[in-house]
Design a protein around this ligand. Structure first.
Ligand code: ADP
Length: 151
């Protein structure tokens, strides 16, 4: 059984993440979306909100699981018998950053990182831009899935 993890902060979940997950899940038997918990980081959305936004987008999809984790992604992989890490690439800056993480991960454990290029239509979207639009009361709804709603 081919299991992959798609790790991230998802603060909040965006159409870019949705695109990578929707295309990535076709490559694996199971895709675990793992929300990293970093106690040093300040988030706009609580862990429960971030988890719910993602879960609500994939209701009824048995291949997708949403979990939270602390610590190194490779340790999460070892504990859960996951062999692949899925990541999205938007631009050369993402590539350089992801390359060093993937090399480090492969030094630490025999885990392959699989990269998907973003869809052209969502390649400009980032969680930080979405947070900026929200902060200034702009229309963020065109950047995120329908499940991401602020009440
Ligand atoms: P992190 O805190 O690890 O940067 P993010 O939640 O921002 O986590 O991103 C998780 C993953 O989703 C990363 O692989 C990132 O490259 C990818 N990603 C983020 N935004 C997009 C986008 N617009 N299109 C495709 N992939 C994206």
């Amino acid at each position: 059984m081919k299991k992959a993890v798609f790790p991230g902060s998802f603060d909040p979940f965006t159409l870019g993440h949705l695109d990578i997950i929707t295309r990535g899940v076709t490559l694996f038997d199971e895709l675990i979306i793992a929300i990293g918990v970093n106690s040093d980081k300040k988030y706009m959305f609580s862990l429960a909100q971030r988890k719910k936004f993602i879960e609500d987008s994939f209701i009824g999809n048995p291949k997708i699981k949403v979990v939270t984790y602390e610590g190194l992604t490779v340790d999460f992989c070892k504990k859960n018998a996951v062999e692949f890490i899925l990541r999205g690439l938007r631009n050369p800056a993402d590539f350089e950053f992801e390359k060093s993480i993937a090399h480090t991960n492969r030094d630490l454990a025999p885990i392959e990182t699989v990269f998907l290029l973003t869809a052209a239509s969502t390649s400009y979207i980032s969680s930080s831009i979405v947070r900026e639009v929200i902060k200034h009361h702009g229309d963020f709804t065109r950047l995120v899935p329908e499940s991401v709603r602020i009440t």
